[in-house]
Design a binder for this molecule. Structure first.
Ligand SMILES: CC(C)(COP(=O)(O)OP(=O)(O)OC[C@H]1O[C@@H](n2cnc3c(N)ncnc32)[C@H](O)[C@@H]1OP(=O)(O)O)[C@@H](O)C(=O)NCCC(=O)NCCS
Length: 180
């Protein structure tokens, strides 16, 4: 992943859209944090079905080092899920870039609100999210009640939301939040 002699994660990293062949790598990156409850487990098949909803970060040799997904609930509401950065690439701003890419994607899609359930409270608050409760999103509670009661419990304490707002009239987004 890293050229000999260079520090881990120091090579140029680019954000973009994934291709189907990358579904396994994306699921593997997401799932390395699932045992600690930081991400929900995802299969490669789930990732492939939601490929258009993902944005990824690749290092200079094309290895997936980060991912994020915007998961739709209703035409007005989506959840930011599957946010993960490889440990070698953490602490260099990639998490923030991926969150901004997810906001840009949510805006393009026309959702009014994007929410996330996460322990990374300072990270989300620094990116324009406000603290809220998952109880404000009955769609989420209904979807998860059957499969992950702990996710619903967690969401009462660690839920964050941002009002996405409409896409600009020109359809452009600021360079800082543009993902390829
Ligand atoms: C959370 C995560 C995506 C952040 O990625 P990253 O590339 O390290 O993030 P950044 O470099 O953009 O860090 C942004 C800031 O958040 C802070 N931060 C990173 N992870 C954090 C965490 N778990 N809790 C609190 N703060 C965190 C960093 O210290 C940094 O603060 P600073 O800008 O004041 O120095 C990464 O740590 C990760 O993959 N964690 C495991 C999976 C996970 O928890 N996903 C979130 C599920 S919603």
């Amino acid at each position: 992943m890293t050229a000999p002699g260079s520090a881990p994660g120091s090579a140029a990293v680019r954000l973009g859209r994934p291709v189907p062949e990358e579904a396994e790598a994306i699921a593997a990156l997401n799932n390395r944090f699932a045992p600690d409850g930081l991400t929900l487990p995802r299969t490669a098949a789930w990732v492939e079905q939601h490929l258009a909803d993902y944005r990824v970060a690749r290092d200079a040799d094309g290895t997936i080092v980060g991912c994020v997904c915007v998961d739709e609930y209703t035409p007005a509401l989506a959840e930011l899920v599957s946010l993960a950065v490889h440990p070698d690439a953490q602490g260099r701003g990639l998490g923030k870039q991926l969150i901004q890419a997810a906001i840009a994607l949510a805006r393009q899609r026309g959702y009014a609100t994007l929410f996330a359930v996460s322990f990374s409270d300072e990270l989300f608050l620094s990116q324009g999210f406000r603290a809220t409760s998952v109880d404000h999103f009955p769609e989420k509670v209904a979807r998860y009640a059957a499969i992950s009661r702990s996710e619903v419990k967690l969401g009462r304490k660690f839920c964050f939301a941002v009002e996405v707002g409409p896409a600009s009239p020109t359809g452009t987004v600021p360079a800082s939040v543009r993902a390829g």
